[in-house]
Design a protein around this ligand. Structure first.
Ligand code: NAP
Length: 285
């Protein structure tokens, strides 16, 4: 194994990053495997991205995670991007080797992990509704389209929903639908995925869709993980639906990033345990 991959620094870059659970999750993984590594969060504003990417090309930095608002704007600063991240149009993981930066996307795998934990198997003949059309929605849509699901996408800005339907139209059928039209389309939906920030800090009392559209045959995935039980997930449970948690996606994408950074199998159980402990300690259950 490349000796640099078990020694060095990894960063999360984004804005905001102060309350991210990624540092405690990755540092716990390094500690349990005895790796000489450290994971830090670095606040990088939109206008500071180019400069930050120059200074992060150092010998000590072996990997980066990228979060809001840089997942697509970071792409021009990389030397290489894998085909999946190109197709999704977003990078959340960057591996640095010998001065070269290569972009990857592990969010789509994290979403599949979260669905798997909930017992939902995406597949042909199943239909999903994706709420939102941003960087994470593209990763979730990629994951579901790759599993041959047909999709409906609904977004505040309808032009972005149109653009997503065109972008992934080669993989599957994706119908852009306004929020008002959702009742007409909901009857054969087996999965709802919230890829908007509604439900998290800043919007804790807002639901991304009318809870009366949820039925007990459905699985509801919420990418929001603070709080762990969002209003949407609570409503889903009340309707008897299965729920898939955002923190499981966080652990899943983080474990895949860890493996790209270090070349080792991620201690996913340890990562999940510290994330859950921290969510509970902070009262974010
Ligand atoms: P993004 O690229 O900024 O996209 C945000 C999306 O949410 C856009 O579709 C936007 O609609 C919509 N939106 C924002 N504010 C809204 C509002 N007030 N009302 C209705 N729609 C609104 O962000 P992202 O990277 O996709 O992240 C979205 C959420 O997923 C965040 O909460 C993030 O923390 C979470 N996330 C979680 C994980 C995980 O591992 N659990 C991974 C990635 C992301 P417009 O297009 O109309 O602006």
């Amino acid at each position: 194994m490349d000796h640099r991959s078990s020694k060095g620094i990894c960063y999360l870059i984004g804005d905001p990053v102060a309350h991210s659970l990624s540092p405690i999750m990755h540092n716990a993984a390094y500690a349990v495997l005895g790796l000489d590594m450290e994971y830090r969060a670095l606040r990088v504003r939109r206008e500071g991205l180019e400069q930050a990417m120059k200074s992060l090309r150092s010998q000590d930095v072996i990997g980066l995670n990228v979060t809001i608002p840089h997942k697509s704007t970071v792409m021009p600063f990389l030397d290489d991007i894998d085909d999946v991240a190109k197709e999704i149009g977003a990078v959340n993981t960057i591996v640095s080797r010998d001065g070269e930066l290569k972009g990857h996307n592990t969010d789509w795998l994290g979403a599949l992990d979260a669905l798997g934990q909930a017992g939902y198997g995406p597949g042909k003949g199943r239909k999903g509704l994706v709420l939102g059309a941003g960087d994470s929605a593209r990763a979730v849509i990629y994951a579901l389209a790759k599993a041959d699901m047909d999709l409906i996408v609904s977004n505040r800005d309808p032009e972005k929903a149109e653009a997503i339907s065109k972008r992934f139209g080669r993989m599957t059928t994706i119908i852009p639908v306004s929020h008002e039209e959702l009742p007409k389309h909901i009857h054969d939906i087996s999965l709802i995925a919230n890829c908007t920030p509604l439900g998290m800090e800043g919007f804790p009392r807002e639901l991304p869709l009318d809870p009366d559209l949820i039925s007990k045959e459905m699985t509801v995935l919420d990418l929001v993980y603070v709080p762990m039980e969002t209003l949407l997930l609570r409503a889903a449970k009340e309707k008897g639906a299965r729920v898939a948690y955002g923190y499981e996606m966080l652990v899943g994408q983080g474990a895949r990033s860890f493996e790209l950074f270090t070349g080792r199998k991620a201690p996913a159980e340890v990562m999940r345990r510290v994330v859950l402990e921290n969510l509970k300690e902070a009262g974010h259950q």
